[in-house]
Structure formats: C-alpha cells, structure tokens
Design a protein around this ligand. Structure first.
Ligand code: BG6
Length: 490
C-alpha cells in the first residue's frame, strides 16, 4: 500500500463549497502533490450549487490551506497546485448541469482518462448524483477508471442503507464504490492489524483464555458545534458507533486474514461483525447507557426536549470460539473531559498466585492500551518486584510513542491515505456494502429500543466530565471500571 500514482487522475468533488473540502480534501490533495505521490498529476473540479469562478474557488481553497494545512510549504508549490483547481457550478439534481460537467471533463482529459468522483454533498443527494453521473455517461469504464467515493453517513438505518446500496448498484459495480470511514485512514488504526499479525507475542494471548474484557473509547472534548441541526437527527449511535467504533471493534476482534488484500480483509471484518450478538429488547436496559450533555438543548437547531444521545456506552458479546463470554465495552461522547480514542485490552489475573500479598491487596491485571489519538502510541503495564522488598509488587508502564520513534509530524491526515488508495483502486480501507448493513443491524434495535421502551432513561452529564455516573455504575455492576490509559488519567 506504499505507493505513488503515476497516472493523471481527475477528482470531481460534489459539495465543493462544504467544510470537508476546505478542511480535509484540498489540504490532503495538496499534501499528496507536495510529496509527489500523485506523480502522474491531478485535476480537481469542484462542483456545487453556489456560483463562483475558478479564481474564487482557488481563493477559497487557499483560505482552507492557511487555516488547516499543517506542514510548511513554498508559495511556488501552491501556485503550481492551484492551476489544477477548477469549478463548475451546478445542482445535484439537474441533468443539464451534469452535461456541462461532462464538457468540462472532456476539455483536458488524461490518457488514460481516470476519474474519481467524491460525494461530499448532503447524503440525501447521493442517489441523484450517482444517477445523473450515469445518465451523462460519466461512470462507464472504458479508457480509464471511474470510481465513486461516498462519505458517511451511509443511510440512517438498515432499510435506507439497503435502498441506497440497491440504487447505486444500478449504476455502479461494487468494485467502483469506495465507502469512506476516515477512521480507517488513521495510521494508528491501520497499525492495529500490524500490531496483532506482525508480532508473534500478542496473538497467542488474544482470546477468551487470557483477556477479561476489551474497552473501546472514542471521547471528544468538542460539542456538536455548528452541526447541531444535522446532529439532532443522528445522535452518537449513527454518527460514531455504526461506523468508527464498529470498525475498531472488527479490527480488534477479527481473525487473521490469509492475505493483505481488500476482499480477504473485508471478509474477516464482515464475519466477526456478523458474530456480534445484537442487543435486543430484553437487554437494552442492562447493556446500554445513553446520555446527553447539559446545555445541548440550548443549541440552535436542537429541538425542544430532544432525546438525542450525545453519549452512549454499550456492552457487546461476540459469539465465536475466540471471544465467547468476553465483554466488549464501547463508549463515545461529545463534550467529555479530553479528546482521546483508545482501545484497552484488560487481561485476566494470573490463575494462581504464589506470592503472599498484603491484606486487601489484589494483583493488578496486565493492561495493553492502543492509543489511537491524539497521543499516538502503545502503552502496556506489567507487574515488577519492588527492589529491596520481600515480594512487594508494583505496576509499571512500557511505552511506545509514535512521536518519539518517527518524529512529531510523521502521521499524515487520514484523508491522504484514503484518497491515494482510492486512486490506486485499493479498497482495503473502505467499507463493503454488507459490512455497512450488518452495522445497521446492530444499531437499529438499540435506537428503536430507546425510542419505544424509554429505558434506560436519558441521563444528563456535565460538559468536561467523563460522562454520566450511570456509565460508571454500569461497569461497576460487573466488577469493572472504565479506563483512560492514553490521556494521562488512569
Ligand atoms: C465524524 C463525526 O465522523 O468524526 C463527528 O461525524 C466527529 O461528529 C468526528 O467529531 C471525529 O473524528 P476524529 O477524527 O476527530 O476523531
């Protein structure tokens, strides 16, 4: 997967006036240009409803670079890059506008004529865009590839995801569709597989015999910001669990694929997600927590008395040989104390302890924490003998930090990897239709259960806390506690 693309690719960004284009897509493409990873060159056409000239579009994108681009660059590099930026105003629902786009694409096409259409538009337009591209003859692969990258959310429940899949499959082959989940583009997330499958010492103890439970935390310190209206129809389950948290769960729990190829990886991910036991009506109250941060209701765009959860915690079990009986605790929320995404593997205590321990002191079980962001690394704790004591023991850390081993700016933005992989046709880090649907099969009964049964009640938590007290009690009921290992809080 360590590649450069040696053929010219034309990127068409639908929804080019939106935040994502300015904040992520153009900075990532500029970085790839700067690193000469798009060696064959690129043309970028922004398409969206607002009217503007090529020049205005370039100026807007430059503002994005000034605000969000992290690496130093020479002015000349931007001057060269900006000449490849173009803009076509148009409506996502107007066929005529797609014909104008086709004319623009014809003007300076590459040989072969490779095109990547990026759907960063509001999700309700995804079917229109694909249909109009098809009508204008823009998705047929003859002299170059035609691929479509689709942003999340992919549907809002199982039924809508199935309809969307069916609709886009009328115009596109699955091999042309790249459903994006930016978590998969994160280096640290990709490293979960390398960590598990390129080291002989962890995989043999990565199972129910040695692991007590797994915790996956994706905590954000920000609130819903300017997306309140959107968020109030979505909530944390659709925004974070159906995609990002489930991706992390599959990477931790899946079996080793036989090859490092997209289909082999996706088969294993689908297999493990299908083995996750759905949380059905009877367990909603005992296996889920939902909460909202205090102050959420005051945000513009949020409906009065909104029951939308900005925090959730869940307990899943995976019904297969490796994981039977091992709980997987997943939690995510906004306005929490710190931003941290981490996977904590809590090992069991040794089966027999020959060392005499002082009264009320139990041995601390080993912990392995994979710190995904922002302080990327891996952190383990193990027991050592305190010097000059009989057998007094202490937990000590063993740490790996990306910044120390690879330098402060070693980690590129997730979108860089994903955009490059899509131009290369490598779908390993993109989600296949069946995995999306299985994700919804797990999320739907929870959202429905909350809505219909009203239990557990929506708890309120304080901004700047680690979530509601109910979530701590939820863990305490099984004699466990939440751990924050990576943000200096354990
Ligand atoms: C997005 C969600 O997919 O992920 C946002 O829609 C969330 O609500 C974001 O803030 C978190 O991404 P990251 O990369 O900052 O963890």
């Amino acid at each position: 997967m360590d590649q450069t693309n040696s053929e010219l690719t034309t990127f068409v960004i639908f929804g080019a006036s939106g935040d994502l284009t300015k904040r992520k897509l153009i900075p990532s493409l500029f970085s790839l240009h700067q690193k000469q990873k798009l060696a064959g060159g690129c043309r970028i056409i922004g398409f969206s409803t607002s009217k503007k000239s090529h020049q205005e579009f370039r100026a807007e994108m430059r503002e994005g670079i000034d605000a969000f681009y992290q690496s130093p660059f020479e002015e000349q590099e931007w001057e060269t890059f900006k000449k490849h930026l173009f803009y076509v105003p148009g409506s996502f629902t107007e066929r005529e506008d797609f014909k104008r786009l086709a004319n623009e694409l014809e003007k300076s096409k590459g040989d072969p004529d490779n095109r990547l259409y990026y759907l960063a538009a509001p999700p309700r337009f995804f079917p229109n865009i694909v249909e109009n591209l098809d009508d204008a003859g823009l998705v047929r692969e003859s002299e170059g590839f035609r691929r479509v990258v689709i942003e999340k959310p992919f549907g809002s429940d199982l039924k809508s995801a199935q309809i969307l899949n069916k609709k886009i499959h009328q115009s596109l082959d699955e091999s042309q569709i790249f459903r994006i989940d930016h978590y998969l583009g994160k280096e640290t997330v990709q490293n979960v597989m390398v960590f598990r499958f390129a080291n002989a010492m962890f995989e043999p103890v990565w199972n129910r015999n040695y692991i007590d439970h797994v915790q996956i935390t994706v905590a954000e310190d920000v609130g819903v910001g300017h997306r309140a209206k959107f968020y109030d129809n979505v909530g944390v389950m659709r925004d974070m669990f159906q995609n990002h948290l489930f991706q992390l769960l599959t990477l931790v729990a899946m079996e080793p694929p036989s090859t490092f190829e997209a289909e082999a990886l996706r088969n294993e991910k689908k297999k493990v997600l299908s083995a996750v036991r759905p949380i059905l009506t009877g367990q909603i109250e005992t296996d889920t927590i939902r909460a909202q941060y205090r102050g959420y209701l005051e945000k513009d765009g949020v409906s009065t008395n909104s029951q939308i959860a900005t925090y959730a915690a869940l307990r899943f079990y995976i019904d297969n040989w490796r994981w039977q009986g091992v709980p997987f605790y997943l939690r995510s929320g906004k306005k929490l104390k710190k931003k941290t995404s981490e996977i904590v593997i809590q090992y069991k205590r040794p089966p027999h302890l020959m060392f005499p321990l002082p009264e009320n002191r139990d041995i601390t079980a080993n912990i392995l924490a994979i710190c995904l962001q922002p302080d990327e690394g891996i952190h383990a704790t193990f027991e050592v003998k305190v010097p000059d004591s009989d057998v007094e023991m202490k937990s000590v850390p063993m740490d790996f930090k990306y910044a120390e081993s690879f330098g402060e700016s070693a980690i590129p933005d997730a979108y860089e990897r994903l955009l490059l992989d899509a131009t290369e046709g490598d779908a390993s880090l993109f989600t296949r239709s069946d995995q999306i649907e299985t994700g919804w099969e797990l999320v739907d009964p929870i959202i429905q259960g909350w809505l219909n049964g009203g239990k557990p009640e929506l708890a309120i938590y304080e901004p700047g806390s680690w979530g509601p007290a109910d979530a701590d009690e939820f863990m305490a009921r099984s004699g466990r506690r939440w751990r924050i290992e990576c943000a200096g809080e354990s």
